[in-house]
Design a protein around this ligand. Sequence first.
Ligand code: T4K
Length: 398
Amino acid sequence: MHADPILAQLTRFTGAQRVDPQALTVTQPYLPPLQEFLPYLEKIWGSKALTNSGPFHKELETALARYLGVPYISLFTNATIALVTALQALRITGEVITTPYSFVATAHSLLWNGIKPVFVDIDPDSFNLDPAKIEAAITPQTTAIMPVHCYGRPCDTAAIQQIADNYNLRVIYDAAHAFGVRQHGDSVLNAGDLSILSFHATKVFNTFEGGAIICQDARTKQHIDHLKNFGFVDEVTVVATGINGKMSEFNAALGLLQLQHIDEVLAKRQAIDAMYRKRLSGIAGITLPQWPEQADVNWSYFPIRVGADFPLPRDVLYQQLKASGILARRYFHPLISEFPMYRCLPSAQAGGLPHAHQASREVICLPQHPGLSEADVERVCQALRQAADAARPLPLAA
Ligand code: T4K
């Protein structure tokens, strides 16, 4: 047991035997100065409005819609419940085409609705669902596509929409990584029928826990708002089999304060991305993430690929970084399709998902968060270079 309860908790997060306080974790939540949060708490204590669409909840919906450039947003307790509810809102049944290269919540939301996930391979450059592979997976039971903007990199939304229109399918984006991401001058959250954001502690914008559904019309927003509140319309009327997915006033208040700091958080992330690029470009066997030029990304992750020409296998590098206190993560390994509840599906077989499997074998997400200093980034890069140098065979004597 750790004498320090906070360190004990951190050990649980990282799975590390002992967490060195100097350890660099893959991410760390941004928290505004505590004194800035106290006035919000005083208001909550004064009003006793804790939840059920209180004043901070309403204010955050308005502020986020404006900041993100989306017409309607409905706040949730987390993205997983938001995904489950989004599928309910559109009454999705049958089969849904999705990616195996994501956090497991993406596909779990389908199983929770009794929907069969159909996995389709990713594009190796973007890590996103490959639109060219979608059509072959469509059957008479297909009702929707659930792509993920992996690492905040926008999907090929135009190609996906074209397929959805041709086959009369709905599109629900798992946009958990895509807070603030824009392409061609518009929020990526406006693509498809619905988009789901996560405000989890590990995300670019956090409300401790939280999430949201973005939709394009007032009627859908009202339906989603009913669904997240048990289906209640008023004190005596229940119109749907709703759930409790509401965000509390405490989380909404934090969100309002976080919004005041988000631009500095994004700028810091962008600077860290640039520091990594400067130090890691040109290392044989390491491929750096390529962000598309026509998009404003959010630098939420720094996923590098460790290829066959790097002197160490990815997993050995991962362990060596860990031993030097650099707690990078293999997002997303294993693939969703490899977990026990999915692996028997025909679409989960490895032969149909070569690019997803390769990415799952090669990617390491390096620490990327606004609390990192330039010295921290240098430490990560030096550990990576040292691991490579130590593994290279010595040149033969002349
Ligand atoms: N869809 C996608 C595509 C997602 O990526 C996610 C979540 C979801 C849906 C579902 O969203 P939510 O329902 O959660 O809103 C983490 C997160 O728990 C998970 O939210 C996230 N994706 C996923 C990619 O990563 P773990 O198991 O890797 O988290 P954990 O606890 O190991 O944390 C990683 C590091 O972050 C730790 O080493 C330390 C740091 N950390 C973490 C927490 C929770 C902190 O410093 N403070 C904290 O409070 O899954």
